[in-house]
Design a protein around this ligand. Structure first.
Ligand SMILES: NC(=O)c1ccc[n+]([C@@H]2O[C@H](COP(=O)([O-])OP(=O)(O)OC[C@H]3O[C@@H](n4cnc5c(N)ncnc54)[C@H](OP(=O)(O)O)[C@@H]3O)[C@@H](O)[C@H]2O)c1
Length: 324
C-alpha cells in the first residue's frame, strides 16, 4: 500500500509517499480502507521530533491519529463491526495511509448527514475535548467555558460541544478573520488576543473551565480569571511548557490544574472514551447541533503541503488528507 512516512526529523519536506507492507490484523482489530485522514498539530510535533522516537517500526514512522473509511476485514474476536461498515476511528499512528488496522472498539459509525470524508475530522477532536473538558474539567450546563485557540481543530469542535452541552462559551484567536468566523458561527464571545488582553476583558466573567494549549504567560492570567473551584485543563503548552505561577491564587480559589495526552492513553481508556462519546456527543452530530469544520482537503501525496498550512496557522478548523 501507499503511505506517507516521516523519513527523518525536519520540515514538511521529510514527509515522503512510499510503498509499505499492508498492516497485520490482530484478533480484536478491523482493517479499514481509508477514505480520509485528519491532520493534527501533534503530527507536526512528531515530524519535528522524530529523532526522539528512535528507529521504530515501519508503522511508527507513518503519522496520523484519525481516519475514516470502510471496514474490509474483521479480526476473529470482533463481534460489534462487520465488513462494509463505514466508520471513523482514533488510532495511535499510521493514518496517512491507504489501509490501517484499528482496535474495533476505537471505531464509531459515521454520523447521519456527514460524508465519509468529513467524518475523518471527528475522532481526535471529539475524544480530546470529551476527555479534557467534560471528564477532567467536569463542565456542567450553565457553566462558563473558555477555549484558547478557538479556531483550531480542537477549538472549533470544543466550542460547539460546550455550547450544545448548555455552557456559555468564550474563546481567543489570533486574527480578525478568525474572530469573524467565530461570530458568524455564533460561538460566544471571541477575543483577538493580538489586539486585546483576554484577562482584562474576561476579568469579571468568573470562568469555570479553561481548555488551554498555549501555556507560558497565559497560565497565571488563566488562574486570575477562573471562578472559585474553577478547572484549568492543559492539552499543550505551545508558547512555553515551563511556567511561573502564584500558588496563592490556586489556594485562595480552590482551583484544579490538570491536563492529559490522548495518544499514550491505554486501549481500555480509549475504548471507554469511545463509548462515552457515542452516548453523549454522537446524538449532537445526528441532530446537527455540532459539525466538523473542514478548512481544506489535500491528496495523500500532498501531505507536506497540508503540514505547511497547519504550521502557518492560517487555517480555521480541520485539514484532511484524502485517498483516491
Ligand atoms: N493533549 C492532547 O491529547 C491533545 C490532543 C489533540 C490536540 N492537542 C493540542 O491541541 C492544540 C490544537 O490542536 P489542533 O490539531 O486542533 O491544532 P491547530 O488546528 O493547528 O490549531 C492550533 C492553533 O493554536 C493557535 N495558537 C495559539 N498560540 C499559539 C502558539 N504559541 N503557537 C502556535 N499556535 C498557536 C493558532 O491559532 P491563532 O491564530 O489563534 O494563534 C493555531 O491555529 C495543539 O496544541 C495540539 O498539540 C493535544
Amino acid at each position: 500500500m501507499r503511505a506517507i512516512h516521516i523519513t527523518k526529523s525536519g520540515g514538511p519536506e521529510v514527509l515522503k509517499l512510499q510503498e509499505t507492507p499492508m498492516p497485520k490484523l490482530l484478533q480484536n482489530q478491523v482493517l479499514i480502507k481509508v477514505k480520509a485522514a485528519g491532520i493534527n498539530r501533534s503530527d507536526v510535533i512528531t515530524r519535528k521530533n522524530m529523532v526522539s522516537y528512535g528507529k521504530g517500526t515501519a508503522a511508527t514512522l507513518i503519522p496520523g491519529l484519525e481516519v475514516s473509511g470502510q471496514i474490509i476485514e474483521v479480526g476473529e474476536d470482533v463481534k460489534d463491526k462487520k465488513v462494509g461498515d463505514n466508520v471513523c476511528a482514533l488510532i495511535a499512528s499510521g493514518g496517512y495511509a491507504e489501509y490501517v488496522a484499528v482496535d474495533s472498539s476505537h471505531c464509531l459509525s459515521v454520523p447521519d448527514g456527514l460524508t465519509l470524508e468529513d467524518a475523518a475530522a471527528l475522532p481526535e477532536t471529539v475524544f480530546t475535548v470529551w476527555f479534557n473538558v467534560f471528564k477532567l474539567g467536569n463542565l456542567q450546563p450553565g457553566e462558563k467555558l473558555l477555549i484558547h485557540g478557538g479556531t483550531s481543530g480542537i477549538g472549533t469542535m470544543g466550542l460547539q460541544m460546550g455550547k450544545a452541552w448548555g455552557a456559555e462559551i468564550f474563546s481567543t484567536a489570533g486574527s480578525e478573520d478568525k474572530i469573524e468566523f467565530l461570530q458568524k458561527m455564533n460561538l460566544g464571545k471571541a477575543i483577538n488576543y493580538k489586539k486585546e488582553a483576554f484577562e482584562e476583558i474576561l476579568k469579571d466573567e468568573k470562568i469555570d473551565v479553561i481548555l488551554d494549549m498555549v501555556g507560558g504567560d497565559y497560565t497565571q492570567k488563566n488562574l486570575e480569571i477562573l471562578n472559585d473551584k474553577g478547572r484549568l485543563v492543559y492539552i499543550n503548552g505551545m508558547k512555553d511548557m515551563n511556567v511561573k505561577i502564584d500558588l496563592l491564587t490556586i489556594m485562595r480559589k480552590n482551583l484544579i490544574l490538570t491536563g492529559s495526552l490522548l495518544k499514550p492513553q491505554t486501549d481500555v481508556v480509549k475504548s471507554e472514551i469511545a463509548l462515552e462519546v457515542e452516548k453523549n456527543i454522537w446524538p449532537m452530530l445526528h441532530s446537527k447541533d455540532i459539525r466538523p469544520i473542514i478548512y481544506k482537503s489535500f491528496k495523500l501525496e500532498d501531505a507536506a503541503e497540508a503540514h505547511k498550512l497547519m504550521e502557518s496557522s492560517d487555517h480555521i478548523g480541520k485539514i484532511l488528507l484524502t485517498m483516491d
